[in-house]
Ligand binder design. Structure first.
Ligand code: BDR
Ligand code: CA
Length: 384
């Protein structure tokens, strides 16, 4: 039985390895569905406990910092690259911040490639009001010694994915500009990805405008391109992440740890906590981005439901809104009088993502704090 399974596993691996871009698109849809919509057909057993290969696209960012640490501290993952983008603060800060994070974690072997310094079509709006002027809550970490690689993020993403079609997943925790650029440069790329797990969007109101969540607000056109790309998406939006605020106890556990990663995470989250208290908020820093990484590691931490999500790009007040349809018809707004287009509604329902609607915050925080302090390293059995 073992031999049969492993033979089948190696045939599948061989198939994926040899799959040209066109062939990847011909994968048996039943097999894809059987794997929960993931193009990557490996089960944990077939991967022989091999870590899953991921690229982290990020805009560090205080909560990005803990998310990157969580990924780097998770033995189930092989982080192939980190691709900073402009978002919470400009690229001139997110890039050195990403370099600082790999240095703190002792993982300077991971390539860090500079991404887009602005959204596709809009001026950059940052969130320095929440992340501090330096993006790390104002905590001063030393200038990084390690340098970014000499390749832009979209090109690096393209190269890594093309070398291993069907194997690479992206965990995107900033505006989606780098991914949209990579898809624009190589339209075959979406079909070669195993999937995207992203922090962004909301089916229950935004955090920048009443409609839009920050990552979608900053670059709605990029988000639209990604959601329309056909890649299986897991959307970890505010519906789940707003229930994931760190407590005073979590922060002091991090601060007290002698582990350099936990200690840095403690400094950053303490700074955010102090800042939000001064601003009159009673709850602790929300770990939006770490929940996306944790969901990738263990989807049972959240409640997932299939949706067809469209991104609003035209609204004067609503750009970046994620509209989630649960069934057909998928209607558009009524056409203007002088418009040539008629009414349009898709009558068949094709979900393009699984959206996280809620979270088991207790289990999430034991994973996050346990991994950062080095006290929880075991792979959750059967969950990866
Ligand atoms: C998202 O926006 C950013 O400010 C955070 O880093 C997170 O990715 C939450 O809306
Ligand atoms: Ca982020």
């Amino acid at each position: 039985m073992r031999t049969k399974n492993s033979e089948r596993g190696s045939l599948r691996r061989e198939f994926i390895k040899r799959a040209s871009v066109g062939a990847a698109a011909l994968l048996n849809p039943a097999l894809i569905r059987a794997n929960g919509g993931e193009l990557n057909m490996y089960t944990q057993e077939e991967r022989n406990g091999k870590p899953r290969r991921v690229i982290i696209d990020t805009d560090p960012g205080t909560d990005d910092a803990l998310a990157v640490f969580l990924a780097l501290r998770s033995p189930e993952l092989k982080v192939e690259a980190i691709t900073p983008v402009a978002g919470n603060v400009p690229l001139s800060l997110t890039l050195p911040n990403a370099l600082r994070l790999v240095e703190i974690a002792g993982r300077t072997d991971i390539p860090v490639a500079a991404g887009a310094d602005r959204p596709l079509k809009r001026r950059l709006v940052t969130a320095a009001y929440a992340h501090g002027e330096n993006g790390l809550g104002g905590v001063q970490f030393p200038e990084p010694k390690v340098r970014p690689v000499n390749e832009r993020a979209p090109a690096l993403i393209d190269r890594i994915v093309r070398d291993a079609p069907g194997e690479i997943s992206i965990i995107a925790i900033g505006p989606l500009t780098n991914l949209a650029l990579a898809f624009h440069e190589n339209p075959q790329l979406p079909r070669m990805l195993a999937g995207i797990t992203l922090m962004g969007g909301s089916l229950s109101g935004g955090n920048v405008t009443p409609a839009a969540e920050f990552n979608m607000y900053v670059d709605p056109e990029a988000a639209q391109a990604v959601f329309r790309s056909g890649v299986p998406i897991t959307m970890v939006g505010l519906d789940a992440t707003r229930h994931a605020a760190l407590s005073e106890e979590h922060i002091s556990t991090l601060e007290k740890s002698s582990d350099p990663v936990a200690h840095a995470a403690g400094q950053i989250t303490r700074a955010v906590m102090n800042h939000s208290r001064k601003a009159g908020y009673s709850s602790g820093p929300v770990m939006h981005d770490s929940l996306a990484v944790a969901t990738f590691l263990d989807p049972s931490l959240v409640k997932l439901q299939e949706y067809y999500v469209e991104i609003e790009t035209q609204g004067e007040f609503t750009a970046g809104e994620t509209l989630g349809y649960r069934r057909a018809p998928v209607r558009r707004s009524a056409p203007f009088e002088d418009s040539a287009a008629g009414e349009s509604a898709a009558e068949t329902f094709q979900p393009n993502c699984k959206a996280a609607l809620d979270v088991d915050a207790g289990r999430f925080f034991s994973l996050l704090i346990g991994r950062l302090t080095g006290t929880q390293t075991a792979v959750p059995a059967g969950r990866v």
